[in-house]
Design a protein around this ligand. Sequence first.
Ligand code: NAP
Length: 246
Amino acid sequence: MQVPTLSGRTAVITGATGGIGQTIARQFARQGASVVLVGRNQVKLERIVKELGPRGRPEPKTHAAVCFDVCEANGWKSLVENTQIDILINCAGETQQSLLLRTSEESIQHLLDLNLRSVVWGCKTVGKQMVARRRKGGCIINISSLLAYRAVIGTSIYAAAKAGQIGLTTALSQEFGRHGIRVNAIVPGYIDTAMTKDLDKKELIKRIPLGRFGTPGEVAHAALFLAKNNYANNCILHLDGGLSAV
Ligand SMILES: NC(=O)c1ccc[n+]([C@@H]2O[C@H](COP(=O)([O-])OP(=O)(O)OC[C@H]3O[C@@H](n4cnc5c(N)ncnc54)[C@H](OP(=O)(O)O)[C@@H]3O)[C@@H](O)[C@H]2O)c1
């Protein structure tokens, strides 16, 4: 069997300045993909793009930085006007640490916009381009969260949005699958990034069967698997050191 390669493929990664997104971008670039990094901080994005070239040399023609807020539909529209996308990884996100009864309407709206509505926009806009190009092998990967399945106090809206991503993934695996476009999700547990740096790690790892947080590299490895395995569709890949079993 021929091992699928990422060379000649363009992967768009949102949240590409963050711990997980940045690592996915590096691993996809290393495997030959052209990567388009999406975030809100142009300076950070460009620094990462420069580091993606061989031996730190910038490769502006191979990789690109596109600065926009993923909650804005217009950002997605201009992205697809300028880029032919083979792989979309929806990784931008923000967690929550507040009880529902103490969360403002504005925060609720923001958490839903960022963690769910932006993913719907991304899938709709990029999915439309993939279908129109009639190019088989398009792939969308949504980065959900174990909190979609397991209760943690103070994360209700985030959990609801991440659960929404699972429903979206499953529904689209059928709608888009008919066009040869695969839609999958990764469901990480606790991963060592800025998002988890303020958590009580010592206490949390006692509950994780493997006794540690995951690394961004391990999430990126799962994303590579989903991007390369041409039979993976509606694959909801749990990556949590066994925490989902406890
Ligand atoms: N770390 C974990 O334990 C864990 C567990 C389960 C799921 N996840 C999910 O994994 C994904 C990545 O998390 P991470 O740990 O890498 O977090 P992170 O380091 O905090 O990165 C979050 C990323 O999201 C981007 N972002 C936030 N709001 C945005 C917006 N409106 N438009 C565009 N980009 C935006 C940030 O970019 P800028 O602020 O630079 O624009 C940043 O690149 C998230 O979806 C998160 O929910 C993480």
